[in-house]
Design a protein around this ligand. Structure first.
Ligand code: FES
Ligand code: MG
Length: 575
């Protein structure tokens, strides 16, 4: 299918011989472009999430020029539109408070401007789902350009992984086993180049998911940010979006139920971040695909983890994954577990995109017969503590906690909990279950990554490095430990977690997929009757809007009114 120039939406701005057309053309001339730059050409929006305080996207300032070069070469007219950068490290209280803001911004930037298609430039955790969710709702042809992982960390000859090693060595520092000088050395060595976190954290998970969905060029998500392949891939994105516009290759044609099934399989095979659960569900619902926690759990049970990348794996990082063949090679290994006939941004099938991909290191990308785990990227738990579900990452926790009973120690706020963690005289036993509540979508607010509660100093000194932790928060994709997360409904809205008391016995049964408090129903009912909702956190602004419209974790934390099913589609703007 090839469209004509008159059928493009940007032609409504640029072509007409009328007052508005005059205005749009004269203002483009004002920017120094000439008629031959735009006349008869598709206009490509480049949504760039660069900012001066997002190290993961630092190279986007240059890469956007590579994208533009590709667009011009293919006969399109590129315009860069800056979008919210949601820099994971710096934005407080959590970037998750702003994922939907980026999604809204993406949708409205595309809708309101004279553009025919879009290149989405993202990578740092929430930018991938935010950009993709907005692009789905906008509905124009869209291609995703992943930022790429940064180089491996290096300190005293040792490899360091983003997040995971920071957490690990911080516990050692608190236990007194490393010096301040060593800690300072790590600070200089752990992040050595631009690019997103290079463990299989949320960023690497989400860009892999974007590729498995068919939204990137084949192999794009594995290329390290600092590799010249990344520059060429950026220009390729610019060239390809022009073709996609003529072909009217929209997200609706790519993002089928089968494409999401592929994405879930790939996520599980990579030992994905727990955050993938929330984002996959949100993206699927935007695309009209009813993906549930139960679907994810079912897929996790039958999918071996074959990417030996930290934190699920023990040794390797994304740079090693790229040298081993990258995501194309991993998908080739998955064989008929994937729907090969799904359409991708290339205009060809996923299967055609992975044909010929080879694995160059069988220890990094395992065969399905020799996985690092047979199953268990994620498990979804339900029970009287989480009627709508909770999530744990069994591959990242000490196996002895997979079936566990222990007394709850409950904290109502993160600052209160944090203070107690450093109490060296705290009389806490290794079987205790540390509980943090009011850290969910409304209570956090924004479900901060507080779910990997640091180990209490008192236990660290006894040599303990893991324990059961339970919250309605999320945790970083680079985290590890026996952390039960995403408890839904959250405590702030009166979910049963709100009724748990210190001393109650919590029972965790991962093989049985259960999470319960051993408190009888009558007592639970009595506590429910006595429960009063906490006061609202916001009285104005974004936070007010957020708390009034955010949905629970099991629904993907989208705003109710942004879901595709909420109302009739938005009309094209009047020009
Ligand atoms: Fe950007 Fe980790 S801080 S991906
Ligand atoms: Mg992260």
């Amino acid at each position: 299918m090839t469209r004509t120039y008159d059928e493009l939406r940007s032609a409504r701005w640029f072509a007409p011989d009328n007052f508005r057309g005059f205005g749009h053309r004269s203002r483009t001339l004002q920017m120094g472009y000439d008629e031959q730059d735009w006349a008869g050409k598709p206009v490509v929006a480049i949504l760039n999430t660069w900012s001066d305080i997002n190290p993961c996207h630092q190279h986007f300032r240059q890469r956007v020029d590579d994208v533009k070069r590709g667009v011009f070469q293919a006969g399109g007219f590129p315009i860069e539109l800056p979008a919210l950068s949601v820099s994971e490290n710096y934005v407080k209280p959590t970037t998750m408070l702003y994922r939907n803001m980026l999604a809204m911004e993406t949708e409205e930037l595309i809708r309101s401007h004279p553009v025919d298609g879009v290149v989405l430039m993202g990578g740092c955790d929430k930018t991938t789902p935010g950009l993709v969710m907005g692009a789905i709702s906008a509905g124009l042809p869209a291609i995703y350009l992943p930022a790429g992982p940064m180089l491996r960390g290096n300190w005293e000859g040792r490899t360091l992984g983003s997040g995971s090693d920071a957490f690990k060595y911080w516990d050692e520092r608190r236990a007194g086993t490393i010096t301040e000088a060593q800690w300072k050395g790590m600070e200089r060595g752990i992040a050595r180049s631009y690019g997103h976190c290079m463990t299989m954290g949320t960023a690497s998970t989400m860009t892999a998911i974007a590729e498995a969905l068919g939204l990137t060029l084949p192999g794009a998500s594995s290329i390290p940010a600092a590799d010249s392949n990344h520059i060429r891939m950026s220009a390729d994105c610019g060239r390809r979006i022009v073709g996609m516009i003529w072909e009217d290759l929209t997200p609706a044609r790519i993002l089928t139920a089968a494409a999401f099934d592929n994405a879930v399989t790939v996520a599980m095979a990579t030992g994905c971040s727990t955050n993938a659960v929330v984002h996959l569900i949100a993206m699927a619902r935007r695309a009209g695909v009813d993906l549930t926690l139960d679907d994810l759990d079912a897929k996790s049970r039958v999918t071996p983890v074959i990417a030996n990348i930290r934190p699920a794996g023990s040794t390797y990082l994304m740079e090693d994954f790229f040298y081993a063949g990258g995501l194309r090679a991993l998908m080739a290994r998955l064989g008929d577990r994937l729907h090969r006939d799904c359409l991708t941004v290339t205009g060809r099938t996923l299967g055609e995109g992975i044909d010929g991909a080879e694995v160059w290191n069988d220890d990094v990308i395992r065969t399905v017969d020799n996985p690092i785990y047979n199953e268990g990227s994620l498990a979804v738990l339900k029970g009287n503590l989480a009627p709508d579900g909770a999530v744990i990452k069994p591959v990242a926790c000490d196996p002895r906690f997979l079936v566990h009973e222990g007394p709850a120690i409950v904290f109502d706020s993160y600052p209160e909990l944090k203070e107690k963690l450093d109490d060296e005289d705290w009389d806490i036993t290794p079987d205790a279950v540390l509980v943090l509540r009011n850290a969910g979508p409304k209570g956090g607010p924004g479900m901060p990554e507080w779910g990997m509660i640091p180990m209490p100093k008192a236990l660290l000194k006894q040599g303990c490095r893991d324990m059961v932790r339970l919250s309605d928060a999320r945790m970083s994709g680079t985290s590890f430990g026996a952390c039960v997360l995403h408890v839904a409904p959250e405590s702030y809205v009166g979910g049963p977690l709100a009724l748990l008391q210190t001393g109650d016995i919590v029972r965790l049964d991962v093989p049985g997929r259960r999470l319960d408090m051993l408190v009888d129903d009558e007592e639970i009912a009595r506590r429910r009757a006595a429960w009063t909702p906490p006061p609202p956190r916001f009285h104005r602004g974004w936070g007010w809007m957020f708390t009034n419209h955010i949905q629970q974790a099991d629904k993907g934390c989208d705003f109710d009114y942004l879901e595709t099913s909420f109302g009739a589609p938005v009309d094209e703007p009047v020009i």
